[in-house]
Design a binder for this molecule. Structure first.
Ligand code: PEP
Ligand code: MG
Length: 312
């Protein structure tokens, strides 16, 4: 249960030598806010807005959206809140946002930002609702787009966000092409947020929903770590918001790879905070380099832990 004292903002997360690594929460809506605050999240790194759109016959109105966004924003005055615009399609099909043709492979179809090419009004309404909800609450609102593959898509989204009065829009990096050409995308967007769940799915060509392929989704896989390093090397603020950030040892490794914020399921925040507090940036970087030199996930983890005493 939440109490007044539990809601006192936690001290900012830092490495042992003092580098700030904001620890943020992944949430699906207002009902997750208490868990985020109770676990000391410093803000929201991924607000999945699908919840508002599911189980309905049509898009939620601007007013309906404003009310829900406001409820979340009010809980984080002065704190970062990163809202991902609707990520429909593939595993989250919506009856009122159909792709233009039949899709034998929906995961490779019109999903995420691609659907907004067909339904631009849905995107502009959502951006307007977000801007309006932020007016009388005061989060440090940032919006980002899912499934961006190219610099052109990043530029298109940034322009629409700016028209809605939202500066500093970002894009998710969850398509390998976007990670490989992160330096191109960096010129068109204010920040990256790496979604390791989909980045892994597309890097390994392995459906994230298939239990039989779960071994390919090891977050310690050096191929995934390489893509993350490449993304961070583009030099703009780069968060990680996929499930990988929830492993305390990986929180250190991701920091060593250059991630500037980490967003995770709320209950993982205290563990990540303790792991970072116990290790320096140099140790995180050594762990990241050692993990990347390995050839397999188990070896990567073992090699990283040599540099992260106290984490097993
Ligand atoms: C991801 O793909 O890693 C991600 C954070 O988004 P989602 O899991 O909602 O697709
Ligand atoms: Mg995703």
């Amino acid at each position: 249960t939440s109490t007044g004292t539990a809601r006192t903002p936690a001290a900012p997360a830092r490495t042992a030598d003092g580098r700030r690594v904001p620890l943020l929460a992944n949430i699906g809506g207002p009902r997750d806010v208490a868990a985020a605050l109770d676990n000391g999240a410093e803000g929201v790194g991924l607000f999945r807005t699908e919840m508002l759109f599911l189980d309905r016959e049509d898009s939620p109105s601007l007013e309906e959206q404003v009310a829900v966004y406001r409820e979340v924003f009010e809980a984080f005055p002065g704190a970062p809140v990163v809202v991902r615009v609707l990520d429909a399609g593939a595993d989250k099909p919506l009856p009122f946002l159909r792709p233009t043709g039949d899709e034998p492979n929906p995961a490779l179809g019109e999903r995420g930002i691609r659907l907004f090419r067909t339904y631009p009004d849905v995107l502009t309404t959502q951006l307007q609702a977000l801007a309006r909800a932020a007016e009388d609450t005061s989060p440090l609102l940032q919006v980002m787009a899912p499934m961006v593959a190219t610099a052109d898509e990043a530029a298109w989204f940034t322009a629409l966000a700016r028209e809605a009065g939202l500066a500093g829009a970002g894009v998710m990096i969850e398509v390998p092409a976007a990670a490989l050409r992160a330096h191109d995308l960096a010129g068109q967007t204010a920040f990256f947020s790496i979604g390791t769940n989909d980045l892994s799915q597309y890097a390994f060509a392995a459906d994230r929903e298939l239990p039989s392929l779960a071994p390919l989704h090891a977050p310690w896989h050096p191929a995934l770590l390489d893509l993350i390093a490449l993304t961070a090397a583009a030099g703009i603020p780069t968060g990680v918001c996929g499930e990988a950030a929830a492993d305390p040892a990986l929180a250190c490794v991701l920091t060593g790879l250059g991630a500037t914020t980490l967003s995770m399921t709320p209950t993982a925040v205290p563990w990540a905070r303790a792991a970072l507090a116990g290790h320096t940036v140099a140790q995180c970087e050594a762990a990241a380099a050692a993990a990347r030199r390995a050839a397999a996930p188990e070896d990567a983890r073992e090699a990283a832990l040599v540099h992260l005493p106290g984490l097993a």
